[in-house]
Design a protein. Structure first.
Length: 279
């Protein structure tokens, strides 16, 4: 019976789908990454197109792994989300962003907001506002320096609970942005109830904005609607001058994308802030 068991096991491993094996490997090394503090943040500038000034950074996590080098979030965030490891990773990311914001303020650099991405699982934690508030306090970061990004589909999963949590963040003075806007199914009536400051137009609409009439219509309608609701608009993934010109012509408030800058290391971001920050 023992031999048969071993045989079955060997067959299973041999036939196990490569993707599943890879996923298990990622999961195991993610666990040690969490324990060994292997996550680093890169910061992508968000620019006011009217004057070229830096208004914010989006913090983007990278996994600095001794064997695989710098691993991008698309490779590990989904696994982290499935296994629940995202809760600890998200906590570490927010703490690093808060420490950075406090350090730049202490160094006398121009004020800048740091936006941090939330995952669906984090948003499902009823005590998320208290958790993040405690982290800000321990790092000496002001809520006004921090912003949270969450996707449209995440908030629409449980709209009533999301409105409550977002309200708590709003009360604390943290900025809120809806990420990847236009890719989900948000109802306009709910959007009105979400106390968010910004909508981020998804890169998929920006890509062909000057050639695809549908994308152009979605982007310009999003900007007009956001302004009607008193919200600002960030365009993400802006790579060309033509995209920039279209967006500026339609009143887009903030631009993020390779045209201005790729995500920067903390040192590079500090240099960018000291040169292009607004007093
Ligand atoms: P996202 O929030 O939509 O972030 C924007 C992504 O677009 C980033 O990829 C950024 O590097 C990339 N990007 C920015 N400008 C351009 C551009 O002009 N052209 C192109 N082609 N790409 C551009 P990244 O850093 O690989 O992040 C991918 C996704 O991983 C993010 O998408 C976000 O959903 C997730 N993510 C990143 N950091 C975190 C985090 O700390 N927590 C959670 N939960 N998710 C994160
Ligand atoms: Ca984002
Ligand atoms: Ca986005
Ligand atoms: Ca996106």
């Amino acid at each position: 019976a023992k031999a048969a068991g071993r045989n079955t096991y060997q067959m299973f491993t041999r036939e196990m789908h490569t993707a599943a094996r890879q996923r298990l490997a990622i999961e195991n090394s993610l666990r040690s990454a969490v324990a060994n503090d292997e996550f680093v943040l890169h910061y992508q500038p968000q620019v006011d197109p009217a004057n070229g000034r830096l208004v914010g950074f989006e913090a983007l996590v990278r996994w600095q792994n001794p064997e695989n080098g710098l691993v991008f979030p698309d490779r590990f965030i989904p696994v982290a989300e499935e296994t629940g490891l995202i809760l600890e990773i998200g906590r570490q990311v927010f703490e690093k962003a808060c420490r950075q914001a406090a350090a730049w303020r202490e160094a006398g650099l121009p004020p800048v907001k740091i936006a941090v991405n939330l995952s669906a699982r984090q948003l499902r934690q009823p005590d998320l506002p208290e958790t993040l508030s405690a982290i800000m306090k321990s790092c000496g970061a002001d809520p006004g320096m921090m912003e949270l990004e969450m996707t449209e589909s995440m908030t629409m999963e449980r709209p009533v609970e999301s409105i409550r949590i977002l309200g708590a963040f709003k009360e604390m003075g943290i900025g809120l942005a809806i990420d990847d806007f236009g890719t989900g199914y948000s109802s306009l009536s709910y959007l009105k109830l979400f106390p968010v400051d910004k909508l981020k137009i998804d890169r998929s609409f920006v890509k062909d904005i000057e050639v695809d009439p549908d994308d152009a219509a979605i982007a310009s309608a999003t900007i007009a609607m956001a302004h009607t609701l008193g919200k600002k608009v960030v365009a993400e993934g802006v790579e060309t001058q033509a995209q920039l010109e279209f967006l500026v012509r339609h009143g887009c408030d903030i631009i993020q994308g390779y045209l201005f800058s790729k995500p920067l290391s903390a040192e590079e971001a500090e240099l960018y802030l000291s040169k292009r920050g607004e007093e």
